[in-house]
Design a protein around this ligand. Structure first.
Ligand code: MSP
Length: 675
C-alpha cells in the first residue's frame, strides 16, 4: 500500500538573530526525513520559515534603528543561505509577515471567535519577551522565568482563549492518538500538565504594535504564538486549498519537528486552537532535545551561538549533516563537539565509507578489472557473499523502519553495519591477493559484492549525504538519485549493478585533514584545540589562539587538594590523564626472537596507524587480532622493546585460564575515548 503523503515542518525561527546550530538541527532533520520519504516514492512536502512578529523582534529592530518590517527583510537571506549551504531543500518558506499568512491567521481568529472561544478581559501577570510567554507568579523561579530569562509585569486589556474548555477534549484526543507526541516521556509530561487543568490563555496584546491586528479590534495585536502556529496551515494556502487536502490530516501524515522548549505550544495550544476552528490537529509532534556546544550552553550573554555555515565550509555540508544526525540521539539532549565532529569525519566517513569506495573503485577495479563492473552470476553466491547480502538486507529494512519512526541516529547505526560488514568482507577476501594470484573469477565476485554494497549505501545515505551519495553513484557509473513519486527506490534486491559498466574513479569523498589542517579548522571555527593537537612537532605546547581562549567553555574548577583524598584513591583529574582509546588493529606480526612480543599497527583515528608492541604473543597469533577493536592507552611515553619502539599499550586481562584483550561488543568508531 502506498504510504500517505508526508508533510514535515520545522519551527519557524525568530529573526532576532542569525541561524545557529540548534536551528540547523531541526532543519537538517526535516530535510533528511523529506528526502527519505521521497526515496520511498512518497509524496512529501517540507516547510520552514520565519517568525517575525512580536515584542522581541520589535525591540531588536528598534535597537538597530530600523522599522521592524525592514529589519525582518534584512534578516531573511541569512536563513535562506544557511539552509542552502546545508543542502536543505525546502518546498516552501513561510514568513509570518506575508499577506498569505496574515490572512489565514485572521481567519483562524474569526473561527475561534465564532465558536465562542474568544472573550475580552484584562491580563495581569508576568510576561517574558525573550520567551514570548506568559507566566504565573507560581511558575517564576527567583523572580525569573523558568528558562532563566527576565520577566516583566504586564497589565493590559486582552482577549482570552477559552483553553480551560479544552482540558477534557485534549485528554480524550491524546487517549485516541497515542502517537501524537514523541518521545513518549515528553508526551507523559504534556498529559500531566493538561490533567492539572488548563487556564484560559491571553491571546492579544495592546502595549505594542508589531503584530497582526485582531480582526474587528485593531488596537489589539494577536499573541505571537497564535499568529505563529497558524503558519503550518497558512503555508498550505489555508484549509480550503488543494495543498491542505493533500498534506494535512486525515489524508496525510503531518509531522511538526520542534525543540523541547516549545512542545507545550505545539502539543496543547495548537490542537486546542485547531479543535476550536473545527480543524483536525496534526498527526504528530516530535520533540528533539537541546544541544550544548563543547559542553557549554549557547546563550546571548555568552555570545556563543554557533553559526552552521563556517562548519559546513570547513568539513563539508554533508559531514556536518551526518554528524548532527548521528552523534545526537533524536529526542535527547546532546553536545556539539568539534572534536567529535572531526572524529566522525575521519572515522565513520573517511575510514569507513570513503575508504571502502576508494579501495575498490579507485584501485582494484581500474588496475585489475579494466575499470568495469564485473559480470557475475548473481544466483550463485558463496557463503561470504550471502552473509553480506543478508547484512545489507537487514540494514535496509531496519534503517527504513527507523526512519519511518523518526530515529535518524539509529537508522545511521543500522546503515553503518553494512559499511562495517563490507569493509570486513574486503579484509577477509583480500582482493589484492586475488589479483596478484590472477584468480580473476573470484576477484570479480568479490569486487561485485563490494560495488553492489556501495550502490545500496548510496541510496540509503542519500537522505543524509545528498552530495556525497551522488558523488559515490557517479564513481559507480550510476546516475544521480532522482526520487519519483510512486517509485520506491529503497534498496531491496541484490544485483542492481549492471556488469560491463565503467566505473569513474574520482576524488576521495572525505579526504583526511592532516594535523596542520585540523589546527587551522579549530582556529577558523574558534573552537578549543584538543590536547593532542596542542603539541608542536618539537613537543612544546602550541600557543593558544585568542579565539580559542574565548571559546574555552569555562575556567577550570579549582582542583581539590590531593591531600583530601584517602590514600590509594585518585581524583577524576588523575584518571583523565590516562588517554585510553579504542583502536582497530590493521595489521600485526611477531617480533623476531621473542615468543611474547607482537608488533601491532593500530588505527586510533590518527592519520597513520600507531605502532604498539604487546606482550601477548603466547595467547594470540597476530592474524587473530587483525580487524579486532581493542582498548589501548595512547599517551604513554614511547618505549623501546627488542630494538623496536612502542607508542602505546594494549589493555588486557588474564587469569590462570588465559589472557584476553579488552574489546567492545559493538563496532564502535576507532579513536573514541574509553571512559
Ligand atoms: N519562533 C518560535 C517557534 C514558532 S513555531 C510555530 C521559536 N523560535 S526560535 O528561533 O527561538 O527557536 C526555534 C527552534 O530552535 C526551537 O525548536 C528551539 O527548540 C530550537 N533551538 C534553539 N536553541 C537550541 C539548541 N541549543 N539546541 C537545539 N535546538 C535549539 O521558538
Amino acid at each position: 500500500m502506498q504510504a500517505k503523503p508526508f508533510y514535515v515542518t520545522t519551527p519557524i525561527y525568530y529573526v532576532n538573530g542569525k541561524p545557529h546550530i540548534g536551528h540547523a538541527y531541526s532543519t537538517v532533520a526535516a530535510d533528511v526525513l523529506t528526502r527519505y520519504a521521497r526515496v520511498r516514492g512518497r509524496n512529501a512536502r517540507f516547510l520552514t520559515g520565519t517568525d517575525e512578529h512580536g515584542q522581541k523582534i520589535e525591540r531588536v529592530a528598534a535597537e538597530q534603528g530600523l522599522p521592524p518590517a525592514e529589519y525582518c527583510d534584512r534578516m531573511i537571506p541569512a536563513f535562506r543561505q544557511c539552509w542552502e549551504a546545508l543542502h536543505c531543500e525546502y518546498d516552501d518558506f513561510i514568513r509570518t509577515t506575508s499577506p498569505r499568512h496574515m490572512q489565514f491567521a485572521e481567519e483562524m481568529w474569526r473561527r475561534c471567535e465564532a465558536a465562542g472561544d474568544i472573550y475580552l478581559g484584562e491580563y495581569e501577570g508576568w510576561y517574558s519577551v525573550a520567551d514570548e510567554t506568559f507566566y504565573t507568579e507560581k511558575e517564576l523561579v527567583d523572580g525569573k522565568a523558568p528558562t532563566g530569562r527576565p520577566v516583566e509585569r504586564v497589565k493590559e486589556p486582552s482577549y482570552f482563549f477559552r483553553l480551560s474548555k479544552y482540558t477534557d477534549k485534549l485528554l480524550a484526543f491524546y487517549e485516541s492518538h497515542p502517537d501524537f507526541v514523541r518521545p513518549e516521556g515528553r508526551f507523559n509530561e504534556v498529559k500531566s500538565f493538561v490533567r492539572e487543568g488548563l487556564r484560559d490563555l491571553s491571546l492579544s496584546r495592546t502595549t505594542f504594535r508589531w503584530g497582526i491586528p485582531v480582526p474587528g479590534a485593531p488596537d489589539h495585536v494577536m499573541y505571537v504564538w497564535f499568529d505563529a502556529l497558524s503558519n503550518y496551515i497558512s503555508a498550505l494556502g489555508g484549509d480550503r486549498a488543494p495543498l491542505y487536502a493533500e498534506f494535512w490530516e486525515p489524508n496525510a501524515r503531518a509531522v511538526h519537528l520542534v525543540g523541547k522548549d516549545i512542545l507545550r505550544f505545539h502539543a496543547v495550544y495548537w490542537p486546542a486552537f485547531l479543535m476550536s476552528a473545527g480543524l483536525p490537529p496534526p498527526s504528530q509532534v516530535w520533540s528533539h532535545g537541546w544541544m550544548t556546544v563543547n559542553g557549554a550552553k549557547m546563550s546571548k550573554t555568552e555570545g556563543n551561538f554557533l553559526p552552521p555555515e563556517p562548519i559546513a565550509d570547513a568539513v563539508g555540508a554533508d559531514a556536518l549533516r551526518y554528524y548532527l544526525m548521528r552523534d545526537i540521539a533524536f529526542g535527547q539532549d546532546g553536545d556539539f563537539s568539534h572534536q567529535n565532529l572531526l572524529a566522525r569525519y575521519h572515522g565513520d566517513l573517511g575510514n569507513g565509507l570513503g575508504n571502502l569506495l576508494n579501495r575498490i573503485v579507485s584501485s582494484i577495479v581500474p588496475k585489475s578489472l579494466e575499470g568495469r563492473i564485473p559480470r557475475i552470476d548473481a544466483s550463485a553466491l558463496g557463503d561470504r557473499e550471502k552473509e553480506l547480502v543478508q547484512t545489507a538486507e537487514r540494514a535496509a529494512k531496519r534503517a527504513g523502519q527507523l526512519l519511518d519512526d523518526i530515529a535518524p541516529h539509529r537508522a545511521l547505526e543500522a546503515i553503518w553495519e553494512l559499511v562495517a560488514a563490507a569493509n570486513k568482507y574486503v579484509d577477509q577476501t583480500e582482493p589484492w591477493q586475488l589479483a596478484k594470484k590472477g584468480d580473476t573469477r573470484r576477484l570479480e565476485e568479490v569486487c561485485y559484492a563490494v560495488l553492489e554494497s556501495l550502490r545500496w549505501l548510496s541510496v540509503m545515505l542519500w537522505p543524509f549525504l545528498p552530495e556525497k551519495a551522488d558523488a559515490m553513484r557517479t564513481q559507480l557509473g550510476l546516475p544521480a538519485l532522482m526520487p519519483t513519486v510512486g517509485l520506491d527506490a529503497w534498496p531491496s534486491a541484490w544485483g542492481g549493478l549492471v556488469g560491463g559498466t565503467s566505473v569513474r574513479p574520482g576524488a576521495p569523498l572525505f579526504p583526511r585533514f592532516d594535523e596542520d589542517q585540523q589546527r587551522a579548522i579549530y582556529e577558523r571555527l574558534g573552537a578549543p584545540l584538543p590536547d593532542a593537537l596542542k603539541k608542536t612537532s618539537a613537543g612544546t605546547p602550541a600557543a593558544k589562539s585568542k579565539s580559542e581562549k574565548k571559546m574555552e567553555a569555562k575556567p577550570e574548577a579549582p582542583k581539590k587538594e590531593a591531600a583530601a583524598l584517602p590514600e590509594g584513591v585518585i581524583s577524576i583529574d588523575d584518571l583523565v590523564k590516562v588517554d585510553m582509546r579504542l583502536g582497530l588493529v590493521k595489521s600485526g606480526e611477531r617480533v623476531p626472537k621473542s615468543d611474547k612480543l607482537l608488533e601491532l599497527k593500530v588505527d586510533i583515528g590518527e592519520p597513520e596507524p600507531r605502532t604498539i608492541l604487546a606482550g601477548i604473543g603466547k595467547h594470540y597469533e597476530p592474524e587473530q587480532l587483525v580487524g579486532r577493536r581493542i582498548a589501548v592507552v595512547v599517551n604513554l611515553a614511547p618505549r623501546a622493546m627488542m630494538g623496536r619502539m612502542s607508542h602505546g599499550m594494549v589493555l588486557a586481562v588474564s587469569d590462570d585460564a588465559g589472557l584476553s584483550v579488552l574489546s567492545p561488543d559493538k563496532e564502535i568508531t576507532p579513536g573514541v575515548k574509553v571512559k
